[in-house]
Design a protein around this ligand. Sequence first.
Ligand code: PEP
Length: 253
Amino acid sequence: MAMRSKLVAGNWKMHGELVQNQDLLKRIMLETAEPGEVDIAVCVPYPYLPQAQSVLRNSHVFWGAQNVSQHEKGAYTGEISTAMLADFGCRFVIVGHSERRALYGEDNRTVALKFKAAQAAGLMPILCVGETLDQREAAVTEQVVAEQLDAVIELAGAEALGKAILAYEPVWAIGTGKTATPQQAQEMHGFIRDRIAVSNPQVARELRILYGGSVKAGNAAELFAMPDIDGGLIGGASLIADEFISICRAAKN
Ligand code: PEP
């Protein structure tokens, strides 16, 4: 089996507050420091990037953002550039989260442009793909995920996935408390890896594919035990120190 170290990334979404963040960040840093092969990251709201940087600098915990502009700079009021994220020491940036796709109209092409812009600035994109409940029930899950992937491969090339993380996040499992079963998730992770292998087998073997969708301390271990699940993208549970720390520990075993 390929050697891929696991990654657990928190997505705080639009949550946070200076005093609570300080405690959460410190606990994650201190209580996940014991030896073991797992990469850990927190993707925080933009205003808290300096705080994440100041607490986590020189630690094993990476930080990043949840979105970024596809444009380099210029007259884009309210937007944040890849260079700005790099300025604050971000290692990762989430692109194409289903909330961005559904609520802010980000289509596959826009997501692909953001992916490419992130890499050009030396950031590691965490590319989210996944189907809605309607799409699953209509049996078009594979087609939807394939189109989301192909848009990135067409623009950036399959090799570009060698410097990226993928997150399979079934939309019906995000924030709903409904987790995909380990088998359901494995099936899609296997599908994604096989599809990338057609273009580039080595990239497919080495790519880390995270599962996201109501991961908690109580279900993380069984998900992470699946052969093609290389960690998790964690929403709600990443705001609760005990939960997030347990999930990180589950990824070590
Ligand atoms: C997410 O926001 O990417 C996510 C998976 O959320 P939750 O863990 O809350 O379902």
